[in-house]
Design a protein around this ligand. Sequence first.
Ligand SMILES: NC(=O)c1ccc[n+]([C@@H]2O[C@H](COP(=O)([O-])OP(=O)(O)OC[C@H]3O[C@@H](n4cnc5c(N)ncnc54)[C@H](OP(=O)(O)O)[C@@H]3O)[C@@H](O)[C@H]2O)c1
Length: 295
Amino acid sequence: MNILVTGANGQLGNEMRIVSKGSKDVYFFTDVVEVEGQNTTMLDITSLEAVRQIVSDCEINVIVNCAAYTNVDKAETDQDFCELLNAKAPKNLAIAMKEVGGLLVHISTDYVFGGDPYNTPCKEDKKGTPTGVYGLTKLHGEQNIQNSGADYLIFRTAWLYSEFGKNFVKTMLNLTATKPQLKVVFDQVGTPTYAYDLAKAIFDIIENRKYTGNTGIYHYSNEGVCSWYDFTKMIAEYSGQTGCDILPCHSEEFPSPVKRPAYSVLDKTKVKETFGVNVPYWTDSLKKCINNLSK
Ligand SMILES: NC(=O)c1ccc[n+]([C@@H]2O[C@H](COP(=O)([O-])OP(=O)(O)OC[C@H]3O[C@@H](n4cnc5c(N)ncnc54)[C@H](OP(=O)(O)O)[C@@H]3O)[C@@H](O)[C@H]2O)c1
């Protein structure tokens, strides 16, 4: 089969490059910009014609959409473009896959929830209640795909980090190395997700054709629960940066344009039972990522 990866220069896209090495399928890596040293075909997924063209030229059977507008705070003042990239562009991909009888694998987020607080891990059928533009546009993207008639897998994930791009782990590695003291919120809990683990799960499902008959939405984060404070403590410990005094604080100390839920944990029972995927514990994966970054 021929597999198209969009947003291949982002966190998840780069992990897809790694996990798909040696695949029996042929992978095509695309993004809207070229990065030196990366083999990337240009593709702007906001153009339906461009998407149709590459699907036809490369005889694509599956699209893995790793492209998105991911700046949650900036989205509040950039709604039209955010909607274009997070809602209209996934519709383009779904239309193109429907036309050739292919599969769209799409990534969504725990930010589709939040307006209706919960305190036990959240299942896939919970109603979306976003609190900001990013979450709302990601929810629209899900709905557009569901209404397209194409076969799809949507993976909602959370707190994504990797060796690539900008993310919380890399920011905290820098801050704990350079600051004597750091305050981090302890009143928001969730589960970090190593993008490599999610990419591996997606790759395994495609490589072994496990998606047949399993169209739908799935939750995937790492296992366990922690606050951003706990997450930072572990980042500092695993990197050996113990010189920084890390203190817990309340969210009010860091005002943000978007209200973040106090509890945002995804229930992963469905993805494990349907596909038999392995979901590592969050600290085990964090250790691996920090080891890779230190190489
Ligand atoms: N990051 C998180 O914490 C998090 C949490 C939950 C869910 N998610 C979801 O997980 C998925 C992957 O996130 P990520 O963190 O890997 O994203 P990312 O690192 O921001 O990568 C997104 C990639 O898409 C590219 N892109 C932007 N506009 C495009 C266009 N018009 N056509 C094609 N590509 C375009 C970006 O290029 P530029 O950089 O040049 O714009 C970037 O390379 C997204 O769907 C995101 O919503 C992320």
